[in-house]
Write a protein that binds this ligand. Structure first.
Ligand code: FAD
Ligand code: SF4
Length: 527
């Protein structure tokens, strides 16, 4: 760190706060204020972060630093090197604060409880003034979310979303929703025909520049045993690139987004999705500009209402809602395990080595690109761990580690709440459980799989289908008071006892070899 001159305000910028217009910079005076940023080992190791996730954070931070330096701002920046020792952000900050003379530290409210807690304690312990400013990136403040939640027995995204549409005047026709409906899902969610998707628009990607290439080399060396590869790293890492990603989506894929939002296809990881999540979560994009561009595309008849509404709901609805849930229920949310799930996460989640084609595809593309779309996360990797009964905290650690868009405030409610039903129904009104038939309907995975999605018993039975019935049987008592589960439980009750016995015995053997590669059987034979 260079010798300091004497600083009025030190502006802390965390890796997911890369917004030059954030409230941290209000009143910034180049002659007296400075920025502090740090790359530290612990942020890449507290969960076993995939290489692509580490690269995107470090590369975006370095681009942000260079842009601020070019504006004439002073930036105190700690770089990771291949020899960097484990250190936390709070430890690095404490070390640096002892060397600097300053009046006050300014920080936008961190996205993660863990960081907010650790950094504030460190700053207070050192007797330095601290001002935490609200995060203007979000369209619903935490106070507004509390006001929405107050007095409600149950939180539901749909009601929150309607309030947000009205408050921000998005897709509104005076006080009515545009097109007469709040939600056009009924006309979305098609699957592809037997020939697969007609993709006319490969997403825009970026070859690594010198800064990103240096980060890639560093990550290959310093985090060589971390999961995934970096050879295919092509993500946006600057504000300029993020805007290009957004325009590319709006112009070329948004019109088909709604129809094929839930569809999946072998070796087609991106389909008609926007790929803006990492740009949004790093704060390279503002949700208002994303929503405005989508709405403009509808107004200028470049995209149908169902696609535009479906897309806007994800950002104005789900994304804001999960943030509200996270802050309302943290820190105890992290430890919830409403379904008392105690299995371990199978090892193949880190390698993709399984005979189940749906999981193989979803995991391999995750390790290759740091990306899977929502239904692959919810109804393939998430569904399998839910049906197996994996501890939600282990599932959470995996999702937080492997995706380029993973930050805890958005990942945790999606994983522990929506996907694993571990929060006792805060995020979802019922567990998202389905058999292999759902995956068969929404993808072509089953065509190339040795298992049969329609079968729950027998050697070729689909593990999802077996475990689906086993899950319902295991949780029958706790689910029977949930009206939304009654149809599924009635179907369970129709199963003859001997069939249910056979299902449960196959489920027990799946749990011994959850990758379904036959390895555990081979071990048994060799005994
Ligand atoms: P699109 O499908 O094009 O959707 C547009 C945007 O809407 C996304 O970029 C995202 O910002 C927002 N969005 C969509 N669904 C959600 C949602 N459920 N919650 C919050 N925002 C949403 N999203 C993350 O940003 N980070 C995560 O760590 C993350 N972890 C997830 C874990 C699980 C188990 C599940 C089921 C979902 C998770 N999601 C997460 C939500 C969603 O899967 C991703 O936002 C989406 O797949 C990102 O790809 P995209 O940008 O192409 O999104
Ligand atoms: Fe997945 Fe079952 Fe289909 Fe195989 S048959 S791809 S395991 S859903």
């Amino acid at each position: 760190m260079a010798k300091p001159k004497g600083i009025r305000h030190l502006i802390l910028v965390l890796g997911d706060q890369l917004n030059a217009d954030s409230s941290a910079f209000d009143g910034f005076d180049v002659s007296q204020d400075a920025i502090w940023m740090a790359e530290v080992v612990d942020e890449s190791t507290y969960v076993w972060s995939a290489k692509q996730r580490i690269v995107i954070f470090l590369a975006a931070m370095r681009h942000f630093r260079d842009e601020r330096l070019a504006e004439g701002k002073t930036v105190y920046y700690t770089r990771l090197t291949k020899n960097s020792k484990p250190t936390s952000l709070a430890e690095q900050l404490a070390k640096d604060l002892q060397k600097l003379k300053l009046t006050k530290v300014i920080l936008v409210q961190p996205g993660e409880y863990r960081l907010q807690d650790g950094l504030s304690q460190t700053i207070e312990r050192l007797g330095v003034g601290l001002e935490i400013r609200p995060d203007r990136h979000f369209m619903c403040s935490l106070d507004d979310f509390s006001a929405h939640a107050e007095g409600r027995k149950q939180l539901r995204m749909e009601f929150f979303y309607r309030e947000m549409r009205k408050r921000h005047d998005v897709l509104m026709d005076q006080d009515k929703p545009e097109g007469g409906e709040w939600n056009f899902d009924a006309s979305n969610r098609k699957s592809f025909g037997s020939n697969g998707p007609e993709l006319n628009a490969e997403p825009l990607t970026f070859s690594p520049d010198d800064t990103t290439s240096q980060v890639i080399d560093l990550v290959k060396e310093r985090f060589r045993d971390h999961p995934g590869s970096v050879e295919t790293f092509r993500w946006a890492v600057s504000r300029k690139q993020a805007l290009q990603v957004l325009d590319d989506f709006i112009q070329r894929r948004l019109p088909n987004f709604g129809d094929y939002q839930d569809a999946m296809w072998t070796k087609e990881p991106f389909l008609f999705h926007s790929l803006v999540s990492s740009c949004l979560n790093l704060k390279l994009l503002d949700p208002r500009e994303v929503i405005q561009k989508a709405e403009d595309a509808y107004q200028s008849q470049q995209a149908p209402l169902a696609a535009v509404e479906g897309f806007i709901r994800q950002i104005l609805g789900w994304r804001e809602y999960v943030r509200g849930v996270y802050w309302r229920f943290m820190p105890d949310y992290l430890e919830r395990n409403g379904m008392e799930a105690e299995e371990s996460l199978p090892d193949f989640y880190w390698t993709g080595e399984t005979d189940m084609q749906c999981l193989k595809n979803a995991i391999n593309q995750t390790l290759e690109h740091g990306y899977a779309h929502h239904i692959q996360r919810l109804m393939v990797t998430g569904l399998y761990s839910l049906l197996l009964g994996v501890r939600p905290q282990e599932v959470h650690a995996w999702y937080l580690a492997v995706y380029v868009d993973a930050v805890e405030w958005v990942e945790l409610p999606n994983t522990l709440g929506m996907s694993q039903y571990g929060d006792g129904g805060v995020m979802a009104s019922k567990p998202y459980v389905a058999s292999g038939s759902y995956i068969d309907r929404m993808s072509n995975y089953c065509r190339n799989c040795r298992f049969n999605p329609k079968k729950a018993t027998g050697d070729d039975a689909c593990p999802f289908t077996t475990l689906y019935w086993d899950y319902l049987a295991r949780h029958r008592d706790s689910l029977k008071s949930n009206r939304r589960m009654s149809l599924q439980l009635r179907n369970l009750d129709r199963k003859p006892e001997d069939e249910l016995d056979a299902i449960q015995s196959r489920a027990a053997s799946i749990k011994k070899d959850p990758a379904m590669t036959g390895c555990s059987n081979q071990k048994e034979l060799s005994l």
